[in-house]
Structures are given as C-alpha cells and as structure tokens.
Design a protein around this ligand. Structure first.
Ligand SMILES: [Zn+2]
Length: 374
C-alpha cells in the first residue's frame, strides 16, 4: 500500500516560474506559506491567486523535476494594466526580448541557488539529479541535505523564435521543449484562435526535429494538432492538457478531444493532467468555492487517459500551478504542490498498482526524457 510519506517522485510537466518571478517578484526559494504571508498586503493574490509553489514544498512533495516555462502573451490577451510581460501583437522582436529575459531569469536562479535549482538539459544532468533524489530518500545514511529541483526549460508559445534558423540558439541555451501555440501564433492556431499549422509552422517543426526538440501540443487547435501529429517525426507531449470528454458543456478548444488524445497515444506521447478547477469542472467559478472540486476529478482525468491508452504509461501531471491561478482555484484538499501526493491513495483505491502510480507521478515523463534528451 502506498504510504502517506510521499514515496513517489513527482515530475511536473508545467510551471510558469520565470513569469511569476518577473511579474510578481516571487522568490521560489521560499515556502508557499511564506510567500503568501509576504504577499498579504499586495495585489498579487487578486491577480494570480495565492502561490502553490516553493522550494520547501517541492521537498515535501518530492517534486524532483519541473518543466519550467518561458511564457509571455501578446497584448491582445493582456490580463490587466499590471500585466507588463506582454508584447505588441505580431512584434516578434519584442517577444524575443521577453523570452530571452525569462531564460536569463532561470539561469540567474540556478546560479544564485545551485543547492536548490539545477538545469536539466541532457541525460547526464537528468541522471545526476535523480541520483541526488534517490540518495536523499528517507533516512539514507548518505543523505547530506535536501536535493536541488531540476528545471527543464519549455518554451510556451513560439512567437519568440524569429525564424527556424535561430532554433539552435535556443537549443544551445538549454531549451528542450517547444509548444508552438498559446494564443494563435504565426505558426499555428491556438487557444480561442483556431486554425491550422501554417507554412511557417511546418518549417518550425522541421527545424525542431533536426535539433531533437520535444514538441508540446498543448494550446494548439485541433486542426493544427492533427497535422503536427502526422508531420512531426520527433517526440510529442501535451505538457498540460485535460480530456474534453470529461468537460461536457465547456466550449473551448483548449482541451484534448478524443481524436487528439488517440492521435497523441498513437504517437506514444505523455500527457500532463492539469489539477485546476476550471479544467476539471465545467462552469466552475472561484465564487463557487474550491471545495466543490476534489482530487477525484483529477483522478478521473488521469484514469481517462489510462483507459484510452490501455495502460498507465502515458498519463502524467502538468500542474500549471501559479500559471494565472493559485490556491483559490485548485481542489479543496490541495494547499500546495506537495499535496499532489494525496493522489496516490486515491489511485491505489481505483486499482492502480504502486508501479502505475510511480509512472503517473514521474516515471512516464522520465522515460520520455531518457529516450529523447541529448
Ligand atoms: Zn499554458
């Protein structure tokens, strides 16, 4: 039986850390509780919710590795006057600058706190990170201190890639995953802005495949997803996306239709389920109270992917925590990222074996990375 002592390593497929650091001055070396206390007198909780993240919480939850994003939005999707991490629509140079700044932010974080955060851009770095986590488990006598959390950099919205010719620049700076869309981009249709993969989109995929990037289909419109599934020869994921079939009545192209899901599974993809209330219960609004959504809703999404796949080798977690929402918008029993460990007994009760739970929590992301990182 899985114990409550957080035995499973978690790999989280999506967290917008740099965006939070730059937009709100968040310091993720602190605990979530400490950041909340410091933000009590600020506008941050109203803008982005109370944080769910922090280094001590990663330790409690055994979150060993995070796909850490570079993310900025075009002005047409600005969240408010305070939202300065936006670029004028179609201003590719401005997008490029914002994304470069976020990448610098990660390198700075890693430089300033090498004991707490570590870049993962190749297999050797991944294995040495995991070694530290294994050594740090329980009362192992080799244990010295808490291990660093790995950051694998994911570019969300590829507008900052000025042309496929500069993909090697991003690759050389450590980016390993690219999601072409957020809103629609010149590469393809995206959330609330449907459309196909464009000629530039096909060229982007070709350049990505040459270098060995992992393609993240999250936010891409269904039409573009189906084209990319055919066109992209490299590894494919959905870092943070839920199944539309369990979200009846929710009119959005943000979620995975059954066609997209079966296409992803046919390409041996891994899919990060998002434990955000708006993505778990159609029509959920903050006023409704976070208690109306439970971890069983998250389990249902995980189970849906596993049932579609016929195994537990494709479902994973892509929390998207702090990505435009916080404590107020997650299931009632989640107080911080560490509480994702509470999914383990629920999955066990549903018949998932310990090795299945380990795969869903982190093993599936790790297998994919072991097969695709340089
Ligand atoms: Zn996103």
């Amino acid at each position: 039986m899985s114990n409550q002592n957080s035995n499973y390593l978690i790999v989280d497929g999506h967290q917008d850390l740099a965006w939070n650091i730059l937009a709100f001055g968040r310091d993720y070396t602190r605990s979530a509780a400490e950041t909340r206390r410091l933000e009590l007198a600020t506008d941050t909780p109203a803008r982005n919710g109370d944080t769910l993240l922090g280094y001590p919480d990663y330790q409690h939850g055994r979150v060993a590795l995070i796909f850490a994003t570079l993310f900025a939005a075009p002005d047409r999707r600005k969240l408010g006057d305070w939202d300065f991490l936006c670029y004028p629509d179609d201003d590719i140079e401005a997008a490029h600058r914002l994304y470069s700044q976020q990448l610098d932010t990660y390198h700075q974080l890693i430089n300033d706190h090498p004991d707490k955060f570590k870049l993962v851009s190749n297999r050797a770095e991944l294995e040495s990170l995991l070694e530290l986590w294994v050594t740090a488990q329980g009362d192992n006598p080799l244990r010295t201190n808490d291990p660093p959390v790995g950051l694998l950099i994911l570019m969300e919205n590829a507008e900052a890639v000025r042309s496929p010719a500069e993909l090697d620049l991003w690759w050389n700076r450590g980016i390993r995953i690219i999601g072409p869309a957020w809103a629609g981009t010149r590469y393809c249709g995206g959330t609330r802005e449907p459309g196909p993969l464009t000629a530039e989109g096909y060229a982007l995929l070709e350049g990505m495949a040459e270098l060995g990037f992992i393609l993240d289909l999250s936010h891409m419109d269904e039409e573009a997803v189906l084209q990319a599934l055919d066109a992209y020869p490299g590894r494919i994921i959905a870092s943070h996306a839920n199944a539309q079939a369990l979200l009846k009545g929710l009119d959005s192209n943000r979620h995975l239709t059954d066609r997209m899901l079966s296409g992803l599974l046919a390409r041996d993809a891994v899919i990060g389920v998002v434990p955000a209330n708006g993505f778990l219960l159609p029509g959920w609004k903050e006023q409704g109270g976070r208690e109306t959504v439970t971890l069983e809703h998250v389990v249902a999404q995980i189970d849906y992917v596993c049932q579609a796949a016929g195994d537990a080798n494709h479902a994973a977690i892509g929390s998207d925590f702090d990505g435009g929402f916080g404590l107020q918008s997650v299931p009632g029993t989640i107080n911080s990222i560490a509480d994702l460990q509470k999914l383990a007994p629920l999955l066990s009760a549903k018949g998932y074996r310990d090795e299945d739970v380990a795969a869903i929590f982190g093993g599936n992301w790790l297998s994919l990375l072991r097969e695709s990182l340089p």
